[in-house]
Design a binder for this molecule. Structure first.
Ligand code: 7PM
Length: 280
């Protein structure tokens, strides 16, 4: 039986060893969408969104300052701290695992001090100081693959063999983290759907998820919710991608994913319950 995933204050049995897949709910903290309210309104909105996700059966809440949008300019550290830290402190004791979506070492340090359970780094802990920032904590670390950076990644994604290259990247990052003394039970891998990939690259990686898990020996987190790979197949705009996203989440779990990162928690939890009832 593979070791459980160590997740800060939580321990998740490994999916595939009989455990169910976990649902990570996306909590975007974006004051830009509140022309009148600014800081306070965005905090209130984030907390009520999180409360709804808890009612809906979320396992992990992923808090992000939205710095990773394709084509987006990087968000300055001070702004990201101001957006994200109040939400982390407010949610810390909500009973669910709390993750923060960041590639900035200074924010990782603050999040560790706040006692959160996972750092989700779209940059795979490549920033100078990122590994030092997380080494002496017990939080889980999601290592995601991204080609280039958010500003340029979708301009011209290119690979010889996408599955080999993403797997090799993840293997190298796993080595860097474990050689720094980090317990591999804290690690999970993520192919980074949509991060410097065409639709064909994304589906090649989705189909290869089982092989990547077997080869690297770590649980896999899959984020396909509402992404262009769903839009490309269905022909739907982003606000009409729920059904496609649910199918994508189930497909990822069928290919061995342990965690699915989603916008629509209630629907995903239901879909996974039926999936599981049909497979046990
Ligand atoms: C706009 C476009 C805003 C795309 C946000 C996004 C992942 C992630 C994101 C993922 C992990 C989104 C992305 N995607 N972290 N953060 N894996 N680990 O669609 O696939 O949510 S941001």
């Amino acid at each position: 039986m593979p070791a459980p995933l160590q997740f800060g204050r939580f321990t998740f049995p490994r999916h595939g060893a009989g455990a169910r897949a976990r649902v990570m709910g996306i909590l975007n903290v974006t004051p830009d969408s509140f022309s009148d309210g600014g800081q306070h309104a965005s905090l209130e909105f984030a907390i009520s969104h999180a409360e709804q996700m808890i009612v809906d059966g979320v396992d992990i809440i992923d808090v992000g300052g939205e710095s990773s949008r394709p084509g987006a300019p990087p968000l300055p550290l001070e702004q990201e701290l101001q957006r994200v830290m109040p939400v982390l402190y407010a949610l810390r004791d909500c009973g669910k695992a709390i993750s923060v979506d960041t590639y900035k070492p200074q924010l990782m340090r603050e999040a560790v001090i706040a006692g959160i359970d996972m750092i989700n780094d779209i940059n795979g802990f490549r920033a100078p100081g990122a590994i030092d920032a997380v080494r002496d904590s017990d939080c889980a670390l999601c290592i995601m693959h991204m080609q280039n950076d958010p500003a340029t990644m979708q301009q011209q994604p290119g690979y010889g063999d996408v599955v080999r290259e993403v797997t090799a990247f993840l293997r190298e990052r796993i080595a860097a983290l474990t050689e720094a003394g980090i317990d591999p039970r804290r690690l999970c891998i993520d192919p980074g759907f949509g991060f410097g990939k065409t639709v064909e690259h994304n589906y090649a990686l989705l189909k290869a998820s089982g092989a990547m898990i077997a080869e690297l020996g770590l649980p896999l987190l899959a984020g396909v919710s509402r992404k262009s790979m769903i839009g490309a197949v269905t022909g739907r705009p982003v606000e009409q991608r729920l059904a496609g996203s649910l199918a994508g989440a189930l497909a990822a779990v069928a290919h061995g994913a342990s965690i699915v990162r989603v916008h629509d928690v209630a629907e995903t939890v239901d879909a996974l319950k039926v999936w599981r009832a049909a497979h046990n």
